[in-house]
Ligand binder design. Structure first.
Ligand SMILES: [Zn+2]
Ligand SMILES: [Zn+2]
Ligand SMILES: [Zn+2]
Ligand SMILES: [Zn+2]
Length: 201
């Protein structure tokens, strides 16, 4: 009997050491790497609770959602979504920019046609890839191929809605989660429109 009990205890301890079945925090990389100077950098990082799907700050140990309270763990780093872990500039790769030279002007800085040579609009005359500036390093991960938790934290901060990230410098003094009406009481209340659309370009 005693032996059996000890074995049971040992197996419980092993389970605890494995993290007790904690789910891994959900980190999503959104958008594509820009490949020319015309492309907008629309890349975003968003982090969610793996259990209830609420936006949540990276490195949160337990979901603040009262109906969820799931415990979770976070990786130390993630494979860079822009270079797929290669560390190589995605623009140089997709536009076949050998040596980091601008594809549009073939590294000349100017376009030559009909006896004229206007400045290359892609590299603005710098002759180099506008994304990596000719270094051929991935701009998202600085050529490391990995995105660390700190970078995830910084890039996802505006979506996580947490004001309790002690590691982050206070960038916005207002609490991001709740919108408070600080207009005078007699002023007409402005309800946020449900169908408000982002401004078109
Ligand atoms: Zn949750
Ligand atoms: Zn990268
Ligand atoms: Zn490049
Ligand atoms: Zn160019």
């Amino acid at each position: 009997m005693k032996l059996k009990h000890a074995a049971f205890l040992a197996s419980v301890l092993v389970l605890a050491a494995c993290g007790g079945g904690k789910q891994e925090g959900d980190v999503r990389f959104i958008g594509f790497a820009p490949v020319t100077s015309k492309d907008k950098d629309i890349r975003e990082v968003r982090t969610f609770c793996p259990n209830c799907g609420d936006p949540i700050a990276v490195d949160t140990a337990r979901c603040p959602n009262k109906r969820c309270k799931a415990e979770m763990r976070w990786n130390a780093d993630y494979r860079c979504p822009s270079c797929k872990g290669s560390g190589y500039c995605a623009a140089c790769a997709s536009m076949e920019q050998a040596k980091g030279d601008c594809y549009n002007c073939k590294g000349q800085g100017v376009l030559v046609f009909q006896g004229q040579s206007p400045e290359c609009p892609n590299c603005k005359g710098t002759k180099k890839c506008p994304i990596c500036k000719g270094t051929q390093k991935c701009d998202f991960c600085d050529g490391t191929g990995k995105v660390g938790t700190e970078v995830v934290k910084a890039k996802s901060a505006k979506f996580a809605g947490g004001g309790d990230d002690s590691g982050l410098p206070p960038s916005d003094p207002r609490p991001p989660a709740e919108k408070k009406d600080d207009a005078p009481k007699d002023a007409p209340k402005e309800e946020p429109k449900k169908d408000a659309e982002p401004k078109k370009e």
